[in-house]
Design a binder for this molecule. Structure first.
Ligand SMILES: [Zn+2]
Length: 384
């Protein structure tokens, strides 16, 4: 995100996500002091809504060093409900972590979450990032910590000394940072593009509206996300939401898991091609392999994975006008499905693998006794 022309403080004139200038006032709470710290000033406290991406945001941003001074008093470990909440999240993530996997918590506060994760997943490595004096409490808990505000520059810096992160978490942070794009650039730098997951929890704008939670509107809380507006922000950085679940924190929040849109697609396609070829190579020892279904989607897989050499033919349902032709660009004949029953090849490769649940019983009922192979998303020989 190159052209950041706005100052991340003062009156908000453009949407914090999409830079749109059309912001509609939806609630004005008047001029107020900061909620956690009195610097002798009052600042405007009102909400505006972007008519393009839907983000609800404050109309005025207090300078960050005023908002989050190093003596910031808020401590996660002091709230029983949050402590239990982060233990539950750690319990959920721990089994997914392999030895050496790196988990980074941005805005780690006193290290409550990472300390719990370290206990439940000792095989993983953890790193806390926390700007306030709470960082000292991370150290006390044995959680390695980098003290500082999370920025694109810090993300780029950390990746030089650490492996790419398997998981980056940021709970109740994205609503508070002055520039979410700079924040996500940093996430992109450190998160593993193939297997990395970005997990973020945020207070839900819907609970402000539906629950009349106007007491959650204060200067530290710059943005009021919905799954939709946060999804818009993530998409701008190449991330897709893979899961969104409601969580109880702060009277109604949601947790999003996001992954890179690419997720190493080319690498994974190569891997699946290799596995499929190995599987067919072994299957061929038992006898001929027939393809099932000469539909359009069979062709790219045959060519990409070089399947022609493993297949004897491709079967089509009786009556199909493809019968008697060849698969495009190959010498593979398209034959009547009845031949599968007559010839009983030991293996049949199911091109319409996504319809396995309906096709397999039909071919079984018709009398085919060999084994079915599904090619995608993970090549395997079906049982039964
Ligand atoms: Zn917007």
């Amino acid at each position: 995100m190159g052209e950041m022309v706005w100052l991340p403080q003062g009156t908000v004139t453009r949407c914090g996500i999409c830079r749109n200038r059309t912001l509609k006032y939806i609630l004005d709470l008047g001029d107020q002091p900061m909620a956690e710290r009195d610097d002798g000033h009052t600042y405007p406290l009102a909400l505006v809504e972007c008519d393009r991406c839907g983000l609800v945001q404050l109309n005025h941003i207090v300078p960050q060093k005023e908002l989050f001074p190093l003596d910031h008093p808020y401590s996660t470990g002091n709230t029983r409900a949050l402590r239990d909440h982060f233990r539950a999240l750690a319990l959920e993530l721990a089994p997914q972590l392999k030895p050496g996997d790196l988990v980074v918590d941005i805005g780690a506060n006193d290290g409550t979450f990472l300390a719990a994760l370290k206990e439940m997943a000792p095989q993983a490595e953890v790193l806390a990032v926390e700007p306030t004096g709470q960082a000292g409490k991370c150290r006390d808990k044995g959680v390695p910590v980098t003290q500082g505000f999370w920025t694109a520059a810090l993300g780029r810096d950390l990746v030089r000394y650490h492996k790419p992160a398997r998981i980056i978490t940021a709970s109740n942070v994205l609503a508070h940072v002055p520039d979410p794009h700079d924040f996500l650039s940093g996430v992109s730098s450190l998160l593993d593009p193939d297997v990395g997951e970005f997990i973020t929890e945020n207070h839900d704008w819907a609970s402000v509206v539906n629950g009349l939670q106007i007491d959650t509107i204060y200067h530290e809380h710059l943005r009021y996300y919905s799954v939709s507006s946060l999804g818009y922000l993530l998409a701008m950085h190449g991330y897709l939401i893979s899961e969104a679940v409601p969580v109880a924190s702060h009277g109604g929040s949601f947790r999003i898991t996001a992954r890179s849109q690419r997720r190493g697609l080319s690498h994974r396609a190569d891997a699946v091609k290799f596995r499929l070829r190995v599987l067919l190579h072994e299957a061929r020892d038992a006898g001929p392999i027939y393809g099932i279904g000469a539909a359009t989607r069979a062709s790219p897989l045959i060519h990409y994975a070089g399947l022609e050499e493993y297949l004897a033919c491709v079967c089509e349902v009786p009556g199909s006008d493809k019968i008697g032709r060849m698969m495009p660009g190959t010498q593979l004949p398209i034959v009547d499905e009845k031949q599968l029953i007559t010839d009983q090849p030991p293996h049949a490769l199911l091109f319409p693998w996504h319809l396995a649940a309906s096709i397999v019983p039909v071919l079984r009922a018709a009398g085919y006794q060999g084994k079915f192979i599904v090619p995608l998303p993970a090549p395997e020989v079906l049982d039964g």
